[in-house]
Ligand binder design. Structure first.
Ligand SMILES: [Zn+2]
Length: 362
């Protein structure tokens, strides 16, 4: 085979029709009274760009133009020309699309697995004193913004505390945290029926939840669930993870105050995954059973919480809440925004699946 081309010497505009010979590793051009032979490694071959002629450029400024694209590809193969992989990739929209997809996947994987893994490592090595300081800070903020003093009579508090100590004591106690488990009593009309565990293991019980329960065993069932979150350090992970996300966002936004603001939100609004909820439920179920109580108690409480959350949702819908202003620094993440605090069930998604699993555990 041979290939037609036009040769220009780079000095004159004269076109010399030539033929390219299929000789390995060599560019051999022959025309009327003209012959040129150059090693393939000493010429530059232009990339394919639409229907533009392909150029073979020589070091002395001469070049040959080829318009027969299909023939040129055959000739390139015959002489043993290899396109650089980067040229091939640059041409390929598929490769470009794929690499964008890979970046997106890497970011997603990093967020989904990298961050929790990092949070887990950090929280596993976090000194107790730091955990306690963080917990104090969170409690201070909650006390300042959403908590009120409990109105439960002292003897009622005493009774619940003793039952809780008996439940938590044997299996839990000082085995998992550096301080004895402690139950704190607060009220919060805003939060409604709720209980939450601080990262250092203290558990806050709200009057509204006490009042919602039919009996103390149901309250203990919820506290057992919170002990599960403490046992597996779920909320510490959430706090570290929330702080990490806020730190990254703050770095982008350039405002580090949001790191502090996000701390209580991380505890309150951490949407524990279904897997973590199930882990806490399973812990509660076995704790209850070891004390001669049925996991059914927690299932009952979940149903009551769900019903109460649905009522609150209806109430909430009737009140118009102004949307928080994002552009106003002071308004950002201000705990006074009515829709800032989420009810128990959005932080502890109660599904029929959880209730069913608890009834099976019983
Ligand atoms: Zn939970």
């Amino acid at each position: 085979m041979s290939l037609q081309a036009d040769y220009y010497d780079g000095k004159s505009a004269r076109r010399i029709p030539v033929v390219l010979a299929p000789l390995a590793d060599t560019v051999v051009l022959s025309g009327e009274g003209f012959e040129r032979s150059v090693p393939l490694s000493q010429v530059r071959i232009s990339e394919r760009l639409g229907s533009a002629p392909r150029l073979i450029s020589f070091a002395d400024g001469a070049h040959a133009e080829v318009r027969d694209h299909a023939g040129f590809e055959l000739w390139l193969a015959a002489v043993g020309h290899r396109e650089r992989p980067v040229d091939l990739l640059q041409r390929s929209w598929i490769a470009a699309g794929l690499s964008m997809l890979l970046v997106a996947i890497a970011v997603f994987v990093g967020y989904l697995w990298g961050l929790p893994l990092m949070a887990e490592k950090i929280s596993a090595h976090m000194p107790d004193i730091v955990v306690q300081r963080m917990s104090d800070h969170v409690l201070d903020l909650l006390d300042g913004h959403v908590f009120k003093d409990s109105e439960l009579p002292a003897d009622r508090q005493q009774k619940i505390s003793e039952a809780f100590a008996a439940l938590a004591g044997e299996q839990y106690g000082e085995q998992y945290v550096d301080r004895p488990v402690e139950l704190l009593f607060r009220a919060s009309p805003r939060l409604g029926a709720n209980a939450l565990a601080l990262p250092d293991g203290r558990i806050v019980l709200l009057d509204e939840l006490v009042n919602l329960a039919d009996n103390d065993e149901q309250i203990l069932a919820v506290l057992g669930h919170e002990l599960g979150h403490v046992r597996y350090r779920h909320n510490l992970h959430a706090l570290v993870q929330g702080a990490a996300i806020s730190a990254v966002l703050a770095w982008w936004i350039g405002d580090f105050s949001s790191v502090i603001a996000a701390a209580p939100a991380a505890v309150m609004q951490a949407r524990y995954s279904q897997a973590l909820e199930s882990e806490a439920d399973a812990f509660a179920a076995s704790l209850l059973k070891s004390h001669g109580l049925s996991p059914e108690l927690l299932a009952q409480m979940l149903e009551k919480l769900q019903a109460s959350a649905n009522e609150r949702k209806v109430e909430h819908a009737e009140v118009s809440v102004p949307a928080p202003k994002v552009d106003d620094k002071d308004q950002r993440q201000k705990p006074d925004d009515n829709d800032y605090w989420t009810p128990y069930l959005s932080t502890h998604p109660a599904t029929q699946e959880r209730i069913r699993a608890l009834r099976e555990a019983g």
